[in-house]
Structures are given as C-alpha cells and as structure tokens.
Design a protein around this ligand. Structure first.
Ligand code: PEP
Ligand code: CO
Length: 468
C-alpha cells in the first residue's frame, strides 16, 4: 500500500475515524477505476506525485468551508462552474483567462442584481477524469475501453489511445499546477479588479442581449465606485475591490491520484486532499460502502456529493453521516442533478430529510447532468438552455416551499463561442451544433448562454430575497 506521509496519532475521541488513512479506500470496492496495464508503473508514478508540493493549502480549503457555510444559511450563493472535462490539449493562458472571465461576469451579475455574495469555485485545475456509463465503447464492429478523461487515456477511437497510461497522472498534476498558478495571478494581479468589469465583456458576448444588459450592470458598478471615491471613501487600499477569492474543484475519481495528493496540514495535523480546494463524489461513485466515500470521509476539505433522482432519503442521510459526522457547517454540499422533469418529485423528500435531521448541508443545483440527450440530426450529446433554466427554476421553487435557502448552482461552461448546448438568447438550433462542438465530454454553455443564465438566476435570487 502506498503511504504518502506519516500518519497522525489516531484521535481517542473519534473511534469511527481511527481506521481511516489516505490509502484505506483500497480495502473497499472502487467503481470507475481504470484498468491500468502496469501496476508497478502506476505505483511508481503515484510515489513521485506523493513527493511533489501540494497544489492548494489547507488554510484555503478552510476559508472555502467557511464561505460554503454561509451559502447553507442563505447568506451567500455558490457558483461552481467550468468544463465537464478539461483537456490536455487546451492548456493555454487565453483559455484559462476566458473561463475565469465568464465566471467573474456571472458572479458580478448575481451579486449586483441580487445583493448576495457569490462563492466562486471552478471545475478547473484538476477536472481531468470522467466516470463512464459503460467501460467500453463500440464502433463499426470493434470494441475499445471508453475514454476516461485525459488523466487516464486519450479520446481517439484507437486501441493505443485508449490504453490507460499512468504517466498521464503526472501530466495532470503539472497541468493543474500551471493552471492554478495563472488563476492565482488573474485573481490577485489586477485582472479581477472591479474597476475592470467593463473589460470582461468580450466582443462575442457583449453583442448579445445579455451582453448589453451586462454593460448596464458594469456602468452601475463604475458609478458606485466613483460615488464612493467622491465621498472620500478610499477604496484603493481595500483588497476586496481589487482581488477575488477563486477556488478550484474536481470530481475525486481516480483514488490513487487523490491519495498521492493527500498531505498533513502542519497547523492542525489534519489530512487534506491537496489536489483542489473542494472535492466531489459523482453520481456513479457514491456507493455507501464504496471506496470513494471512504477516501473522502477522511480529508478535511469541503466536499460535494452528486445526488440523482434514484437516491432515497436514507441514502442521503447515510452520506451526510459518513461525510460529515461532526456536522461542520460548510463541509458538505449536496449537488442535486435530477433533470427538469424529475426534480419536482425527486428533490422534496430528500431536501425534507436533511431539513428534518440535525445535519447542516447546503443543496446546490446541477441543471446539466439530468438534461443531456443526443441530437438526432448530428448524433451529438446536447442540452437545451430552457431545460437547464427549468430545472433551476423548480430547484428554487422547491426550496422556497420547504423554507430552505437555495445554496447555489453547478454548471458546465466555457468562455468560448462553442455550439454545444441548444437555445439561449442566440437560439442555437440542432443544425448549429457541428459548427464549434469542442467539448472533451459533455456539452457546455458558451459565453453568451452563461451570461443569459446568470441573468435568469439573478432574477430568481432577487425574488427569493424579496420573499425571504
Ligand atoms: C460531472 O459532473 O461531469 C458528472 C459526470 O456528473 P454526475 O456524477 O452527476 O453524472
Ligand atoms: Co459532465
């Protein structure tokens, strides 16, 4: 078994946690793990990774936990967004900047229109592994292992490309590191300064109806900043106006990698998954007795768990007990991904179960993964903007009915003008999909559709706060 560092003394007060170690998941069934052809090579690579610097600090993960605790109380709102799957081939400064930019634009719209602080978390700097509905893919009579994301294998339908290659884990680490490095610079080095709100509106977004509405928001913010300055409020030294807190997250799927990225925090002695600030477990890997919950229960990061329409109230409460036995506010975010048609029936009993328990969780809405279908004309996977909005709308209604604050949204998007999702203000149709269909996995909202969505959600949030 791979040991990444010396274990702290087991706590006498938490007997249920005493059996946990970064590698204890190995004693549990692990779903969705690649078939690594060379076990020795895999362990060699993981040993190298376990000696590399952490990508995030424990203190940053704790700050995110505190912010997510506010979201659970309705005092903040989570915007978790980014690619379905990051691609090794798409690592560039422009790409990272554009993704951050559209997330910042959305956050500004939400904050300005609804007056709620937005917790910004990217599906970025580590979102390289994908669970698949089938371990193999068949085409033209031949069958190959499925593409599992760039940290495992490659997308082309050839036998060589689909072999799981442990060296990719190391590439994933370095690519995450380069991405995070640039994100940190963008977040604190002037790009994210509120005085820059106008410049975040890229031309193809700016020319859309939402882009023009965004200009009004940006002008309003500009006036407010000038007003404060005229009143003698010196905002120049207040970092809150010039930098943003931007956090990273990904699905903790490949457990060998996550184990190798676990480090002991020297301040608290606690173990943190240092591959990202927030880690989540997917709908296909959240088995109650499985390896993924076993791994995640022991790291102190804020955690997410996807919850699909098949989950029962008992499942959800068992997950809460397992991942947050100490009931730490902000520790656990449940990510509802039901589909627009199912959410009205599926979510209420689950939300009620957590509300009636003594667990503190925030529910956020992933309106993407329950609304995917294949477009008959192009054979491409897609989602309709209106289904996405409909699911969020019902999510808000259910929360209002139950007297619970909606905690946030979790979406797949890119800053580019791709054509992967239907609808939005430019009304993309089936015939438009092949034009710029570039995703490495699921269809993403493009820059315009993302801003369209921000205005729709801002409207819901504003109503929610008026009603509260
Ligand atoms: C994802 O978030 O990309 C994903 C695969 O989600 P889910 O686990 O909800 O299907
Ligand atoms: Co996806």
């Amino acid at each position: 078994m791979l040991r990444t560092q010396t274990q702290p003394e087991p706590s006498m007060t938490e007997p249920s946690m005493s059996a946990w170690s970064p590698g204890s998941w190995r004693d549990f069934p692990a779903a969705q793990q690649p078939d690594w052809p060379d076990e020795a090579e895999l362990e060699r690579v993981l040993k190298v990774i376990s000696g590399l610097p952490p990508l995030v600090f424990a203190g940053e993960a704790r700050s995110l936990t505190s912010q997510l605790a506010l979201a659970a109380e309705g005092k903040a709102f989570l915007l978790q967004a980014g690619d379905c799957a990051e691609s090794f081939d798409a690592l560039s400064a422009n790409n990272i900047r554009d993704k951050l930019r559209v997330i910042l634009q959305m956050a500004v719209v939400l904050t300005y229109s609804a007056g709620v602080p937005i917790v910004k978390v990217g599906r970025i700097a580590g979102q390289f592994a994908k669970p698949r509905s089938s371990p193999t893919e068949s085409k033209g009579g031949s069958s190959l292992p499925s593409f599992r994301g760039h940290m495992v294998n490659d997308a082309p339908f050839t036998a060589t490309a689909r072999v799981a290659d442990a060296a990719r884990l190391l590439t994933a680490y370095h690519q995450s590191s380069a991405t995070l490095n640039l994100l940190r610079s963008f977040a604190t080095g002037g790009f994210a300064d509120l005085n820059q709100v106008h410049s975040w509106n890229r031309s193809f977004v700016a020319s859309s109806p939402s882009g023009r509405r965004y200009e009004e928001v940006a002008s309003g913010i500009g006036s407010a900043l000038r007003f404060m300055s005229a009143c003698g409020i010196n905002s120049a030294d207040d970092p809150r106006l010039h930098t943003v807190d931007f956090y990273t997250s990904h699905e903790a799927l490949i457990l060998g990698y996550e184990e190798a990225m676990t480090r002991v925090d020297s301040l608290t002695g606690d173990q943190y998954g240092c591959s990202a600030h927030m880690l989540w477990v997917g709908e296909r890997t959240r088995q109650l007795d499985g390896a993924h919950l076993e791994f995640l229960r022991g790291v102190k990061n804020p955690l997410g768990c996807k919850i699909g329409p098949g989950a029962t109230p008992e499942d959800v409460l068992t997950i809460c007990e397992k991942l947050n036995p100490e009931r730490i506010p902000g520790r656990l975010t449940l990510i509802s991904r039901m589909g627009a048609e199912k959410i009205a029936d599926a979510l209420p009993p689950l939300l009620r179960a957590t509300r009636n328990s003594d667990h503190v969780v925030s529910w956020v809405c992933d309106p993407m993964h329950g609304n995917t279908f294949t477009s008959a004309s192009s054979g491409r996977k897609t989602r309709h903007f209106e289904d996405i909005c409909a699911e969020i709308d019902t999510f808000f209604r259910v929360h209002h009915h139950e007297g619970a604050p909606p905690g946030g949204i979790h979406v797949e998007l890119t800053g580019d003008s791709v054509t992967e999702c239907l609808g939005g203000s430019e009304d993309l149709g089936h015939e438009d999909l092949p034009m710029r269909y570039e995703t490495a996995c699921d269809p993403r909202l493009n820059g315009r559709q993302s801003l369209d969505l921000a205005f729709r959600v801002a409207e819901l949030l504003r109503k929610e706060h008026c009603l509260a």
